[in-house]
Design a protein around this ligand. Structure first.
Ligand code: MIC
Ligand code: SF4
Length: 754
């Protein structure tokens, strides 16, 4: 039986009436995305349709999921909101704080010892406020959500950008910063700009070496890392129906890498099979009763160009396996064309590690397909030339794969089985003693992100993203340009052998099994429970409210002009810094240390206008703060790409920045800045980025007239006294301006509650 089945039934019950009404006001057949969005409006269906990409809309998500690294800040904020219990079902999942080093049981024990304080904090806050708690080792948030909570036609938010994974079960699932989650936990609506819609029609069928991963690797190549910004990607067509539910999850998961708000698929037989296999007949039966509301109207998929803002068509029968990377997930290379590309770019062709797992590709099907390749290596007398590591997605997947002999196949090939957790995907990989000075090398993995330093902290690691079956093949061959479709390998007898196409099981033939899934339900009434945070803790710190920045910003200094890609990993690195996710002052010491200074192309080396000296970004910034001087950060396109971590906004706010001015923002990061009461602005004229010089001072001329839709004017004073007047745009609506005026969204909630 499913968790919270009553809520799911309620969503289905109100669906026909609300969606029929929505169709009336929109005046034409509806996409699946619109159906889910309209069915989850906070208010009743309006008399006019919303304008995509323009109107801010209040939604009522059905549930919330948080992972350990972001939950700390989210729950520290929620504790300030003055509520007794969360208003909608919420879960916390312990997965990010577990290092991968020697193997599952030792690594898990190390994490339990090492992060005990944080796990205890999360467990006790969860218990107090009615939140379901998934213990360390239970699995990666998005696999656990897919297995237990996701349901067709539902809407959820999660404090992790890959919350979108649940689109594989036909949800609209969206990654948000903790402050957004706090709104919903506190019983308030959740606000989102009504998204645009991108349709992806999948024809043909996957076969041979091509996997669902290749669909999204291809889409990433087409749309690029910011091409999905502000949009929901809706997949449909015969190719979609022929794919497994977890395969759909993989495609939706990596939609985060094109900046998409989320991605989704219409309810179909694969989803029904998955629901039944994961012990949720009740959800499948309920969904079957409202089937036509859980997918788009027929006319939409028949004539998609009339209903989507943008349309892409991919023929799966012609799709090739891809390798995307290095350093960005949208640099797509079809297998078979790698040699030349790698040589001309000087990417190491020798591969040192192949890693399978992460929230993206750690389903039973993924492991079984990769194992079919590993088994061939054993049968054909091959060994892995690269090292090989596996992170199962959940305890249920791990237990079942172990029972069915899948893990044993990997082990026979000397693979390391790591804990069911994020591990190497988020810099929790103890690969080197001194990562900063580690050698240049290539790795392949089935994760979703491959930004510099992300996996192992080594700036010289070239990480490439591929399907689990390709990762297995490359780990065996040890070469980045290995093409299993055409190439042979020499085995231990000196014979040339070829790998056959992968095979696998969509779902375990004997069903899923697990002994202890790792779930702890909260007590019914936790109001008497106390949550203690030690005063001298270096890992947890209660929050103090931010003081409003105010309308008079003058004399603000440039802290850094960031050059090129500046993701949340550059702004607030994960890996070793995950340690301080619950301690705002301590984690602020990583603020922007990965961003490249446009004036000297170095990281963490900026000029202080106070002393004229160059020093680390956080140190320089703390000196400005001590002197009572505001600062400004300038950046390029898609600033804040990647994670949902609000630390990337809270640190600048805590350290005393006033504004971030960039060419364009990634959605979650822009909202996070607003929520924390900062200014997130974009150059009205992109070329003005080039006007900004190292010793610049910023005077905001008309912030006292801050209003929706009205650009702001800034006087930029250069070192020689010359000035430029620039215009900047913003997307603040009235309530978001209120957050700025109050100092943060949380300050406003507290004021309203009082
Ligand atoms: C990631 O994949 O970057 C993370 C780590 O899961 C983040 C969340 C975080 O920074 O804690 C995400 O994707 O939102
Ligand atoms: Fe964890 Fe990696 Fe997935 Fe983020 S992308 S949730 S770090 S497995």
């Amino acid at each position: 039986m499913a968790f919270d089945i009553d809520i799911i039934k309620k969503v289905y019950q109100q669906m026909p009436k609300r969606i029929d009404k929505a169709r009336e006001i929109v005046g034409k057949p509806l996409t699946l995305s619109e159906k889910i969005l309209y069915n989850h409006l906070w208010d009743s269906i309006p008399s006019e349709p919303f304008q995509r990409g323009k109107d801010y809309v209040d939604f009522a998500p059905d549930r919330i999921a948080c992972q350990d690294a972001t939950a700390q800040m989210a729950l520290l904020q929620f504790m300030q909101a003055g509520k007794k219990k969360v208003a909608v079902p919420t879960t916390v999942h312990c997965d990010h704080l577990i290092q991968a080093k020697v193997g599952a049981s030792k690594d898990l024990q190390f994490a339990l010892n090492n992060s005990n304080e944080v796990f205890n904090f999360l467990e006790s806050v969860s218990n107090k406020y009615g939140i379901g708690f998934w213990k360390p080792g239970a699995g990666i948030i998005h696999q656990v959500v897919l297995e237990n909570y996701a349901f067709p036609g539902g809407m959820m938010i999660g404090t992790d950008s890959h919350t979108v994974n649940a689109g594989g079960l036909g949800m609209v699932a969206i990654g948000v910063g903790g402050a957004d989650a706090v709104d919903v936990m506190a019983g308030m609506p959740w606000e989102l700009k009504f998204p645009k819609l991108i349709g992806v029609k999948l024809t043909g069928t996957l076969s041979g070496w091509t996997a669902p991963k290749d669909v999204i690797l291809k889409v990433a190549g087409i749309l690029t890392a910011k091409g999905g910004t502000g949009a929901i990607v809706e997949y449909f067509g015969p190719g979609a129906e022929s794919m497994s539910c977890t395969g759909k999850g993989t495609i939706c998961n990596m939609g985060a890498e094109i900046g998409a708000t989320t991605s989704t698929f219409g309810y179909d037989a694969s989803m029904e099979r998955y629901l039944r296999a994961t012990d949720r007949n009740d959800v499948a039966d309920a969904a079957n009763e409202v089937k036509e509301y859980l997918t788009a109207d027929t006319e939409v998929y028949a004539n998609p160009e009339q209903y989507f803002d943008e349309l892409i068509e991919i023929n799966l029968s012609e799709l090739m396996p891809h390798l995307n990377g290095p350093f960005t997930p949208d640099l797509a290379t079809p297998v078979g064309t790698m040699t030349e590309k790698a040589q001309s770019n000087d990417w190491p062709l020798k591969v040192e590690w192949g890693l399978i797992g992460s929230c993206t590709n750690s389903s039973y099907e993924d492991l079984s397909r990769a194992a079919s390749i590993a088994q061939q290596a054993l049968d054909k007398g091959l060994k892995t030339k690269a090292e090989f590591g596996i992170n199962p997605g959940s305890e249920q997947v791990r237990y079942t794969a172990d029972r069915d002999g899948i893990l044993n196949v990997f082990e026979k090939l000397d693979a390391k089985i790591f804990t069911n957790a994020c591990g190497p995907c988020i810099g929790q990989w103890a690969r080197y003693e001194d990562p900063k000075n580690a050698p240049k090398n290539s790795i392949v993995h089935s994760f979703n992100r491959n930004f510099a330093k992300r996996a192992d902290g080594n700036p010289n690691t070239h990480a490439f993203v591929a399907s689990p079956e390709m990762v297995a093949a490359i780990a065996i061959s040890g070469r980045l340009d290995f093409n299993p479709i055409t190439d042979t390998l020499i085995n231990e007898n000196g014979d040339a052998v070829k790998l056959d196409e992968p095979t696998g099981f969509e779902l375990p033939e004997k069903g899923f099994a697990v002994e202890d899934a790792g779930y702890l339900a909260p007590v019914d009434d936790g109001s008497e429970l106390e949550v203690v945070v030690a005063e001298d803790s270096e890992r947890l710190e209660l929050l103090t409210p931010f003081v409003p920045i105010g309308n008079d910003i003058s004399g603000a200094k440039l802290l850094i002009k960031a050059y090129g890609k500046c993701t949340t990993d550059h702004i607030s690195m994960a890996g070793p810094w995950l340690r301080y996710r619950g301690h705002l002052d301590n984690i602020s010491n990583n603020c922007l240390i990965g961003a490249v200074n446009a004036f000297n192309m170095k990281t963490n080396f900026v000029k202080s206008q106070l002393s004229g000296e160059y020093d680390a970004v956080p140190k320089t910034q703390r000196a400005y703060k001590a002197a009572g001087i505001y600062t400004v950060v300038v950046g390029d396109h898609n600033y804040g790409e990647g994670s949902s971590r609000e630390h990337a906004a809270m640190e600048p706010r805590h350290l005393g920045f006033a504004a971030v001015i960039v060419k364009s923002f990634a959605r979650i990061h822009e909202t996070n800045l607003k929520k924390q009461g900062m200014l997130g602005l974009t150059f009205a004229n992109e070329a003005d980025y080039d006007l900004i010089q190292e010793d610049d001072t910023f005077n905001f001329l008309d912030l006292n007239e801050f209003a929706p839709g009205k650009p702001l004017t800034i006087e930029v004073v250069h070192a020689d006294g010359s000035k430029d007047i620039i215009s900047v745009n913003h997307t603040y609506n009235n309530s978001q301006i209120e957050w700025f005026n109050e100092g943060s969204a949380l300050n406003l909630i507290k004021k309203q509650n009082a």
